[in-house]
Write a protein that binds this ligand. Structure first.
Ligand SMILES: [Zn+2]
Length: 189
């Protein structure tokens, strides 16, 4: 588990008139120095991980086998639209495509950093799970390790390939299509 002790004083739900993800106006400078935008990405001012630190794990000083390492990695904020009152689901397909292209671009760039092992793009919505800004936005975590769930999925896929020679995900998809009970929607893609 990763816990960031340095981020307990971050901004919590500022009023809409002070939203830092809105475009800047002549009267108010926000995080985004532009009068309008489609998509904006910037490094989180209150990152869970920070860039830098030693590459090697540091032995714990209580003599246990547990190791610690400085927080290394990167957190980025992706603003989906300059419209504060919109949401990802309200974007046109063309604008959604722009966001997806940004996710792909940032994933490729962050994956190329030497300390990054996994990149994860996601959106949390709702105050209940700790979202501190109403503005439509998501985040990108570039982890300095492979997260446990991804590690288990990769292990399962490798075991399945070793045992059967086939791609686990292609097999799951083929099974679902054959049975047909859980398909919500489908098209030629
Ligand atoms: Zn806003």
């Amino acid at each position: 588990m990763a816990i960031a002790s340095h981020r307990q004083s971050r901004t919590f739900l500022p009023p809409t008139s002070e939203c830092p993800l809105d475009p800047s106006t002549k009267d108010r400078l926000t995080e985004i120095p532009s009068p309008a935008y489609d998509v904006v990405v910037f490094e989180n001012r209150f990152p869970f991980f920070t860039t830098g630190g030693a590459d090697e794990p540091v032995p714990s000083d209580d003599g246990t086998v547990v190791t610690r390492r400085p927080g290394a990695g990167r957190c980025e904020v992706v603003c989906f639209t300059s419209d504060h009152d919109s949401s990802f689901s309200q974007l046109t397909p063309e604008r959604v495509r722009t966001v997806v292209d940004v996710w792909a671009d940032r994933t490729e760039t962050l994956n190329a950093l030497p300390f990054v092992e996994q990149v994860f793009c996601f959106e949390n919505r709702g105050e209940e799970i700790g979202v501190t800004l109403d503005h439509p936005h998501g985040q990108i975590y570039a982890y300095p390790f492979v997260t446990p769930r991804t590690r288990r999925m990769l292990d399962s896929a490798h075991r399945h390939r070793d045992r059967t020679g086939e791609n686990l995900f292609a097999r799951v998809l083929a099974d679902e299509q054959r049975i047909g009970e859980r398909i919500v929607a489908s098209n030629e893609h």
